[in-house]
Design a protein around this ligand. Structure first.
Ligand SMILES: Cc1ncc(COP(=O)(O)O)c(C=O)c1O
Ligand SMILES: C[C@H](O)[C@H](N)C(=O)O
Length: 345
């Protein structure tokens, strides 16, 4: 019963097998491997973006901070949600990689930026005098840190406001696959067709061993990204092992199947908690992450039985009755049902 994070899951066997197959002979280093050529072509096909620049890095934080550094100068500002990972969980790495660029938070329910709040923030910040931080980009997380999902229309509404004010748009897609299968949209509809300029395309939370892609739909910043990736110590010499994982991830839509499994497990868990006496879902469950409250006795029984998850009192100074529960591609029905049985007592 492991619900602390999808970061904790094992790697799907298809990916391990792909690594073993890639582990043969010689391949040019530093992203010049033949496998990467195929990965780039595949991601351009998946996103219907034949000109996009595509790069692999090893963490979601790296994907985010290198992307934001390309979009925001040292005198700039990036607008993000109050709970955004770049704001809360990256130890000021965004500001460091932007060489002084700052994050400005915008509120909204359920982890999603509220359009009216964004309008107010832009009206307050623009036009920026020479004395002010210069708003340069908006970053949206999809799936959000609260487990909700922006629809393409919601992305387009926020991106339209940002673009109208001259800002670029980044999407933290550490859990992009989960958002996509939840929405039923196409990858292009969820990104560049809705105004997203750069996507952190997650693989790690959805099963990979530490591989994320950065997709620059307008390749104008490609060379800058390459320099920033090298300076950020994210250009892998034995790059073929990142490429092989991403290639397997994209083959036969494995990435979508893994996300569907995680989301189905979360829905099962959510239905069970909602039916509990004293059970409450704190946000809509739209992907593979739940924030829920249930009676203290349930917490005690589940924890005693070995369940692993974040109590909100630990995570965000919230209620001890609260929990963050994250499912992954490997979460089984039996695991969910066992957890629910302990909550029921
Ligand atoms: C929404 C979101 N973005 C980015 C990250 C950063 O990923 P990493 O921990 O691989 O740096 C995480 C981590 O889980 C995340 O939840
Ligand atoms: C919170 C932690 O940083 C990680 N992003 C996770 O979602 O588990």
């Amino acid at each position: 019963m492991f619900f602390a994070s999808d970061n904790a899951s094992a790697v799907p066997p298809q990916v391990i097998d792909a690594l073993a197959r890639a582990n043969d002979g010689y391949e040019m280093p530093y992203g010049n491997d033949t496998v990467m050529t195929g990965v780039r072509a595949r991601l351009r096909e998946v996103f219907e973006a034949p000109e996009a620049a595509v790069y692999l890095v090893s963490t979601g934080t790296a994907a985010n901070v290198l992307s934001l550094a390309c979009l925001c100068p040292p005198w700039g500002a990036v607008l993000c949600h109050d709970t955004a990972h770049v704001q809360v969980d990256e130890c000021n790495a965004p500001e460091a990689f932007m060489n002084g660029g700052k994050l400005l938070t915008v509120p909204g329910d359920g982890g999603r930026i509220d359009p009216e709040a964004l309008k107010e923030a832009l009206a307050r910040l623009l036009p920026a005098a020479v004395h002010n931080a210069q708003p340069a980009a908006l970053t949206l997380t999809n799936t959000t840190e609260m487990g909700t999902v922006y629809s393409p229309d919601q992305v387009a509404q926020l991106a339209g406001l940002a673009k109208g004010a001259g800002l670029s748009v980044h999407m933290d897609g550490a859990r992009f696959a989960n958002a996509l299968v939840s929405s039923g949209a196409t990858p292009a509809e969820m990104t560049w067709k809705a105004g997203v300029d750069v996507l952190s395309f997650g693989g790690t939370k959805n099963g990979l061993m530490g591989v994320e892609a950065v997709i620059l739909f307008d390749p104008a910043k490609a060379q800058e990204f390459e320099f920033r990736r090298k300076r950020g110590a994210q250009l892998f010499s034995k790059h073929r092992y990142l490429s092989a994982q991403m290639q397997a991830y994209l083959a036969d839509d494995l990435w979508l199947d893994l996300a569907k499994r995680a989301n189905r497990a979360a829905a099962r868990l959510a239905d069970g908690i909602a039916a509990l006496p004293g059970g409450r879902l704190m946000h809509p469950v739209e992907a593979n992450m739940l924030f829920a409250e249930f009676p203290a006795e349930g917490h005690a029984r589940a924890t005693a039985a070995g369940a692993t998850y974040y109590n909100l009192a630990e995570l965000a100074g919230g209620s001890e009755l609260g929990a963050r529960l994250v499912t992954s591609w490997s979460t089984s029905d039996a695991e969910v049902d066992a957890f629910l049985s302990h909550l029921r007592g």
